[in-house]
Design a protein around this ligand. Structure first.
Ligand code: ZN
Length: 125
């Protein structure tokens, strides 16, 4: 079969065919096969779970959580991890952040209370 030039082989389609083929991007039979294979995998092809080189992030302190968020943000921007994973990471990180802040505040309150008690006892009250 001689190659048609100009238009896609699908009747009614006015798109230009792919280089060396008779059909445009949307109607190319080879591409349709690939697309179907991807769909039969549950459409998960592009959202396959990926980790950041199986890194484990320590999340014991606010700077550590911040570091993790930075890494995840960069990974998303570079297309290295799935957006949903990043979203979950961001959500959990904000929860952890909240806990760390509460804990930090509590510790500071305890220290203040201790100091107040010391001052109070020095005054002999
Ligand atoms: Zn076409």
């Amino acid at each position: 079969m001689k190659k048609k030039t100009g238009k896609c082989g699908k009747t009614g389609c006015k798109a230009y065919p792919l280089k060396g083929g008779n059909y445009c991007f949307a109607h190319d039979p080879d591409r349709q096969q690939i697309r179907r294979a991807e769909q039969s995998r549950g459409g998960k092809a592009s959202t396959a779970p990926k980790t950041l080189d199986s890194e484990k992030f320590p999340l014991q302190s606010i700077p550590q959580v911040k570091d993790m968020l930075e890494r995840v943000t960069n990974a998303v921007l570079n297309g290295e991890i799935d957006i949903n994973r990043a979203r979950v990471a961001g959500y959990l990180a904000s929860l952890i952040m909240g806990c760390l802040k509460d804990y930090d505040l509590e510790k500071r309150m305890e220290e203040l209370e201790k100091k107040l008690e010391e001052i109070g006892s020095r005054k002999g009250r």
